[in-house]
Write a protein that binds this ligand. Structure first.
Ligand code: LMR
Length: 391
């Protein structure tokens, strides 16, 4: 049966890591996969995570099953981190621990497909490369709304709102909560308000992917758009991830939160969420979520973690300034510091991206999406010079 399979092309993002590893050029630069790196090029285990790990190790008494919903304390803490500890919507929100943000997206897609088989979800053009396979393989239909205008390096606001004004009742609209992946250009609060108004007028359901909370302007600030929506619309879907802000990439820690139009609707939906999880992977892994719950429920650890998130955010913001200045001789890259999170589009052609890889060992996604965190003071001059040569 399996002999009918043809070789698949490598994953457009994850495939870059392998190619980078195999490159023997000592000057190689990895701006591919969205993983935070420090000035030394390492992706460290956060000190708050190391401390939580020792505590969990000491206190752990069992490896018995946790259940499809995962860790209750994690679910409650993540709900508050996303919606706000004093949110009036908390009684209408139910959160399920999932294997990473990808797990949350997939459970959400299966859940939506149970409620409305073959429902249509609108994604931004462009969106994260894995959104489309994750959502469509659960049976959802994908349509796109304009988002990033490459010519002006900003949001195509009118195009987006004109398109969303035509999205009918029953469809969903996927929004990036902050730090848009891949373009780094975020919605303003006014945009969020206009989208909330359209959702209420037309009857579509917003679906927010919040994978980078804390990497834009702050943990609270990065949730403002989502919270505005939550206060304005009857139903909301949120997929979130602890990969970046807790540095727990390989532990696969994420969450799916559903805000229903009543506490009863939310409770009934929670049963369905658990049943979907049970039918795919039964229950999520426990370790990473236990670390997050330990950090968020301990005042000192939480403070330490917030400081570490701030440190990562500040470093990336500084790199935006540094890169923009280093590229100034080759053009106007003033848009880079205006953007948020780990990613920016450099605006290079696929051919230029290929040249950067093949001739200069500089790795980025084919769309010229770069992970700013891969830059450091040592590789910046070489990087800028290489980009200058292909421009
Ligand atoms: C990225 O966009 O690079 C990250 O979210 C990693 C991934 O899984 O694609």
């Amino acid at each position: 049966m399996f002999e009918r399979f043809e070789p698949l092309p490598t994953d457009p993002i994850l495939g870059l890591s392998l190619a980078y590893k195999q490159d023997t050029n000592p000057q190689k630069v990895d701006l591919g996969v969205g993983v935070y790196k420090d000035e030394a090029g390492n992706t460290p285990v956060l000190a708050s995570v190391t401390a939580a790990q020792s505590r969990c190790h000491e206190l752990e008494t069992t490896k018995a099953y946790e259940g499809p919903a995962g860790n209750d304390s994690f679910n409650s803490e993540i709900t508050q981190l996303i919606f706000g500890a004093d949110s009036a919507q908390l009684e209408r929100v139910k959160t399920l621990q999932t294997p990473g943000g990808c797990g949350a997206l997939r459970v959400a897609a299966e859940l939506i497909n149970r409620a409305t088989p073959g429902a249509t979800i609108w994604v931004s053009r462009p969106t994260w490369a894995n959104h489309i396979p994750l959502l469509s393989s659960a049976g959802l239909k994908i349509k796109e709304y304009p988002y990033y205008d490459a010519a002006s390096q900003s949001i195509d606001r009118q195009g987006m709102l004109d398109c969303l004004a035509k999205v009918p009742a029953g469809d969903l609209v996927l929004l990036h909560g902050c730090c848009h992946n891949p373009c780094g250009t975020d919605l303003s609060l006014d945009d969020w308000q206009q989208i909330a108004d359209l959702a209420n007028k037309n009857g579509f359901t917003p679906f927010v992917d919040l994978a980078y909370q804390g990497f834009g302007d702050g943990l609270e600030e990065d949730a403002q758009g989502l919270r505005l929506l939550a206060g304005a619309v009857p139903e909301l879907v949120v997929a979130s991830s602890c990969s970046k802000n807790f540095g727990l990439y390989r532990e696969r820690v994420g969450a799916l939160s559903i805000m229903g139009n009543s506490p009863v609707a939310a409770a009934n939906t929670f049963g369905q969420m658990q049943s979907v999880a049970r039918g795919i992977y039964s229950m999520p892994p426990s370790h990473g979520a236990a670390l997050v719950a330990t950090i968020l429920t301990d005042t000192a650890l939480r403070q330490q973690w917030e400081g570490e998130v701030a440190e990562m955010r500040v470093r990336i913001k500084q790199l935006r300034e540094d890169l923009s200045a280093a590229l100034a001789p080759f053009g106007d890259f003033g848009f880079i510091p205006q953007q948020r999170g780990m990613f920016s589009f450099l605006g290079l052609s696929e051919a230029q991206v290929e040249r950067l890889k093949n001739e200069f060992s500089v790795y980025m996604v084919g769309s010229s999406r770069i992970n700013l965190a891969g830059i450091n003071q040592q590789n910046l001059p070489y990087l800028a010079e290489s980009i200058g040569k292909v421009l």
